[in-house]
Design a protein around this ligand. Structure first.
Ligand code: APR
Length: 387
């Protein structure tokens, strides 16, 4: 079995396979240090934690992660909080930086006897419609190579080789949400004990704790403007303005150690299986970060694919592989629907379409409903923390 990419998708898949005695090699383009330090997401849904527990992969997140169950909305009509552990299914998030989870998964995979080839970039997957597909690779020293296996799992993200190798006719449903965020990592303790969503005439601002020393912030950003266009002082000033710090308390400032411009986009590929090639995680579909679903979907898909591969490779029962694509797409579209709804909740219209007044009033009404209607809050909680 060949797995392309050592992100959450590839590493969860690899761990389950190796644990069940399947011979599995992960080909990873980056070097190990890079994979283990790349700061990305950090909110794990309750179901993600259950999957990781079931496969013996949750020790680190239980030891060092923090459970979290409150979000706060700050709007022109005041602020309100939702404690979602008392709503919907009563579930919580675990906040655990993705690079720490990836480090745990990697360590466990190697302990279980899995093999990873770092610095090995998959270039293309060939012969997916055969019993022996091959993956052409480029090693760190530019040497070409070739790997063969019974199955290939494309867990190599949005720009990976799996996506480039799909047959003509693969459908890609794509949406550009027309909104851009500046994602920031601040070396500063969290400023509030909740995820903060600020809806402001100047645009959205977000606050998400990562650890007691690191906090993620987001600023809605003008498309095309580079990440370094503003000074740190300008950024903190804008965050404080949109988060209404004068009313609700100051932000705890610190050096901004990472900045990235993110155009909010989504896509879903259909189907997720092409013969012997399976798409998992970001390779299968991109989801906007508005509801922090990306890593959770990646883990869920890997956990659906792994037992299906084990069944096929050990007993010849291919039913699980046959239904993989349809099962995952049901979850993916539900997550897409909720993320899309969140974008509408948090942002004004993206262009001067002449309907901004209408759009803003809808958004305000959506927030009022969320503030006042218990059944709406239950619906929100179920989708917000679930995958
Ligand atoms: N060959 C080998 N490895 C590759 C290649 C390639 N051609 N292209 C990319 N990779 C590696 C990347 O270096 C990375 O380690 O594949 C891995 C993909 O990992 P992620 O991008 O984290 O994707 P995934 O595992 O699907 O996790 C999905 O986590 O943080 C979220 O936003 C993130 O939604 C995403 C989610």
């Amino acid at each position: 079995m060949l797995v392309l990419g050592a992100g959450p998708a590839g590493l969860v898949l690899g761990n389950i396979l190796v644990d069940r005695g399947i011979d599995c090699v992960i080909l990873e383009r980056a070097e190990r240090a890079h994979v283990q330090t790349r700061a990305r997401a950090g909110f794990l849904a309750a179901n993600t934690v259950r999957i990781l527990e079931r496969h013996g992969l949750a020790e680190g997140l239980h030891r060092h992660g923090q459970t979290h169950s409150t979000c706060e909305f700050r709007t022109e009509d005041g602020r309100f909080r939702l404690d979602y552990s008392g709503l919907g299914q009563g579930e919580r998030h675990t906040v655990y930086p993705q690079q720490d989870l990836v480090t745990d998964l990697l360590t466990r995979f190697l302990e279980r006897g899995g093999q990873i080839r770092f610095g090995t970039e998959a270039v293309t997957v060939r012969g997916a419609d055969s019993e022996r597909p091959e993956v052409a690779v480029r090693e760190a020293d530019e040497r070409p190579g070739l790997w063969r296996a019974r199955y290939v799992a494309g867990c190599d993200g949005r720009h990976g080789a799996a996506r480039r190798s799909l047959p003509a006719g693969t459908v890609r449903h794509h949406r550009d949400h027309g909104v851009t965020w500046l994602g920031l990592l601040a070396e500063a303790p969290p400023s509030l004990d909740a995820v903060g969503y600020a809806v402001h005439a100047q645009g959205f601002a977000g606050h998400m704790a990562r650890t007691s020393e690191i906090t993620r912030y987001y600023l809605q950003w003008e498309r095309g403007i580079p990440a370094d266009a503003w000074s740190e002082e300008q950024i903190w000033h804008e965050l404080e303005l949109r988060m209404r710090a004068t009313e609700y308390g100051p932000l705890r400032r610190g050096p901004l150690v990472q900045r990235a411009v993110v155009d909010l986009e989504s896509d879903v590929l259909e189907p997720l299986r092409h013969g012997a090639l399976f798409l998992v995680g970001d390779a299968a579909g991109l989801i906007s970060p508005s509801a922090a679903k990306g890593a959770n979907l990646a883990v869920l898909e890997a956990a659906i694919l792994a037992p299906a591969l084990v069944d096929d490779l050990t007993t010849g029962n291919s039913a699980g592989l046959d239904s993989y694509s349809a099962r995952c797409l049901t979850h993916i579209w539900r997550a897409q629907e909720f993320s899309h709804w969140m974008i509408g909740l948090l942002h004004g219209p993206s262009g001067t379409d002449g309907e901004s007044g209408f759009h803003n009033s809808l958004r305000r009404s959506r927030l009022t409903s969320l503030r006042t209607s218990r059944s709406h809050q239950d619906w929100f909680a179920e989708h917000y923390v679930g995958v």
